[in-house]
Design a protein around this ligand. Structure first.
Ligand SMILES: [Zn+2]
Length: 247
């Protein structure tokens, strides 16, 4: 049996074709919904479900289908589950178990950790040492392949317990902002493709009903102006702006 990390990596590799076929990630001019399948001649619900590692019931539910009839060129939404993106699957599973007060979350703030070492557990310990009683200041941590999987999304207790973040100086934004930290120092390098894919998948997922309709996608330095370079000079700001229509 592969280890959990190997399994995640295999899952990510398997998902790449489905999620990022074509020029969707870099240089995309609009946010591309990645989980749409267009029905081809000869397709059946069970074949489509099997191909994407989901159940027929889940596929029918997602598309509000009563029977088994599908039409050529019909667009089907694929539920986000293991098989379409296993990095996100753990988030989907954990989030299904909690009650999210979507109206509360008005910001999604991206960060880098500023160092190449560490994972959610290590940063949690660090933040506790610095006096944060709720530990890990971010809601999510996305690994760089060193102390957690590359593109692996770790879920912090502030997400599962729906607690305010501690990731910016602006207290109002901490109250209403979901913090996502990508492990690495992006003053020295770009985030890896897998890290960015995971980050954008996570933001897309959160935007789909888990945040206030008028929320903002932003980065640390745009919140705490003149106080930080986070998430670093090599973070692809123009890609972020295009993808999330940020002026
Ligand atoms: Zn930051």
């Amino acid at each position: 049996m592969p280890s959990r990390r190997q399994f995640l990596r295999l899952g990510l590799l398997a998902s790449t074709g489905l999620l990022f076929e074509g020029p969707t990630l870099f240089g995309a001019t609009a946010k591309t919904k990645s989980n749409i399948y267009v029905v081809r001649k000869g397709d059946t619900l069970s074949a489509i479900a099997e191909k994407h590692g989901i159940s027929v019931a889940a596929l029918k539910k997602q598309n509000r289908l009563k029977g088994d009839r599908i039409l050529v060129d019909q667009k089907l939404k694929l539920p986000i589950k293991a098989g379409s993106n296993s990095a996100l699957a753990s988030v989907v599973t954990a989030t299904a178990k909690i009650k999210v007060d979507a109206k509360r979350w008005r910001h999604i703030v991206l960060h880098h950790s500023g160092i190449e070492d560490g994972n959610a557990k290590a940063y949690d310990a660090g933040h506790r040492r610095r006096g944060m009683e709720n530990g890990l200041a971010y809601h999510f941590v996305i690994g760089n392949g060193k102390d957690s999987g590359e593109g692996e999304i770790e879920i912090g207790p502030r997400w599962t317990n729906q607690l305010r973040g501690g990731h910016v100086r602006d207290s109002k934004v901490n109250d209403t902002g979901i913090g996502i930290c990508l492990v690495g120092n992006f003053q020295n390098r770009r985030p890896s493709r897998k890290q960015l894919e995971a980050a954008f998948d996570l933001v897309d997922y959160l935007q789909d009903g888990l945040v206030h309709p008028q929320h903002k996608v932003t980065v640390h330095r745009w919140v705490d102006i003149n106080h930080t370079v986070c998430p670093g000079k090599h973070f692809p700001y123009s890609t972020l702006k295009k993808r999330y229509h940020i002026a």
